[in-house]
Ligand binder design. Structure first.
Ligand SMILES: Nc1ncnc2c1ncn2[C@@H]1O[C@H](COP(=O)(O)OP(=O)(O)OP(=O)(O)O)[C@@H](O)[C@H]1O
Ligand SMILES: [Mg+2]
Length: 326
């Protein structure tokens, strides 16, 4: 377990989900979903289309009922103490509800009236957090998608929730908009101690935004990893592939049989080596081929490094699903 995971384990969960199941109609959509997310972290809920992210998030924020299992928010059960649990949550599940003919400020004010204890000072504060101070008195019709999304975040955090949940918050945003939102969410988690949960189907995005990711595919949780752990998985787990090109693949395979070689379609012979002994073994392999008279064209380690996207696709493809990585 990495340091981040250990640190997280020592804290109290802000969101704790145990053995969550959901069936809609005849479809069993979620199977025993279990994970914890903590104060002060950005937790990414990562999975291909149709994996069950939105369904899980809807259950966390009380938009869908719980068939079986347990969700608690800051120690309060969503099933047993709905209002207590929901007091600690801010979220955007579908597009944030807004009155388009009103200004950003008026929208926040409308929303603040529905919540107890939201002061004018707090409205000013959240506007600054999301960087909308200059444009807050303009009508929503004049806002870009990125600005609307940021106003949505402002609205969701007005009541100082300990947990902020956003379903695919960067959908449709351009790279600059994504970065702005990412910085806001990281700041909320790392400086204000909010537990931020975001979903996405893009590993590349999660890598930049999150401290840990929970991977879901086909309604099942495949694991929860720190970004460091995902990076380690992508480095090939300490195995190096050594590739040999010889005039005769057959002869090379025979000479190297002790190394468990495999031949690719183009005749290259591949051998997997532990990275710590790769240099020594490479020397043995070359020497064995040369001393046995095998005519050698090239011998070199190949870069097996997978991108994190590849690791994610491999992981989720092991679960047959209806989804695609988009
Ligand atoms: N109301 C519903 N009735 C029947 N099936 C549903 C319903 N809502 C969702 N599903 C199914 O549940 C599965 C999970 O859907 P969900 O929307 O949670 O996935 P997701 O991970 O959010 O995907 P995406 O990345 O596309 O948003 C899908 O197979 C979907 O077809
Ligand atoms: Mg979804």
């Amino acid at each position: 377990m990495s340091e981040i995971t250990n640190m997280a384990a020592a804290r109290n969960s802000a969101v704790s989900i145990k053995n969550l199941n959901k069936t809609i109609g005849k479809r069993h959509i979620l199977h025993d979903i279990t994970f914890d997310a903590y104060a002060g972290e950005v937790f990414g809920f990562l999975g291909p289309n149709g994996a069950g992210k939105t369904t899980t998030i809807k259950m966390i924020v009380g938009l869908l009922s719980i068939d079986d299992g347990e969700i608690s928010i800051c120690g309060k059960s969503v099933a047993k103490d709905f209002e207590g649990a929901l007091d600690n949550i801010g979220g955007i599940v579908e597009n944030p509800e807004m009155y388009k003919q009103l200004t950003g400020y008026q929208n926040l004010w409308q929303y603040a009236r529905m919540r107890t204890g939201v002061t004018e000072q707090r409205i000013k504060e959240v506007v600054e957090i999301v960087g909308l101070s200059n444009r807050i008195n303009e009508k929503i019709t004049k806002y870009s998608l990125g600005m609307r999304q940021r106003l949505g975040v402002a609205q969701a955090i007005l009541h100082h929730p300990k947990v902020l949940i956003l379903d695919e918050p960067t959908n449709g945003l351009d790279p600059a908009g994504i970065k702005e939102l990412r910085d806001i969410l990281k700041k909320l988690a790392h400086e204000e101690g909010v537990c931020v949960i975001v979903s996405s189907h893009l590993m590349s995005e999660m890598e930049l935004m999150c401290d840990r990711v929970g991977v879901i595919a086909n309604g099942k949780m495949l694991g929860v990893y720190s970004i460091d752990e995902m990076l380690h998985a992508s480095s090939g787990g300490g195995i190096v592939t050594f590739e040999v090109e010889a005039e005769s693949t057959e002869d090379a395979m025979a000479v190297l049989s002790a190394y468990d070689p495999s031949a690719s379609e183009d005749g290259a012979v591949k051998i997997k080596l532990k990275s710590e002994e790769a240099r020594e073994k490479a020397n043995e392999i070359i020497t064995a081929l040369v001393t046995n008279g095998v005519k050698l064209y090239s011998a070199h380690p190949i870069d097996d490094k997978k991108s994190l996207e590849d690791v994610f696709i491999e992981m989720t493809n092991q679960e047959e699903g209806d989804g695609q990585i988009g």
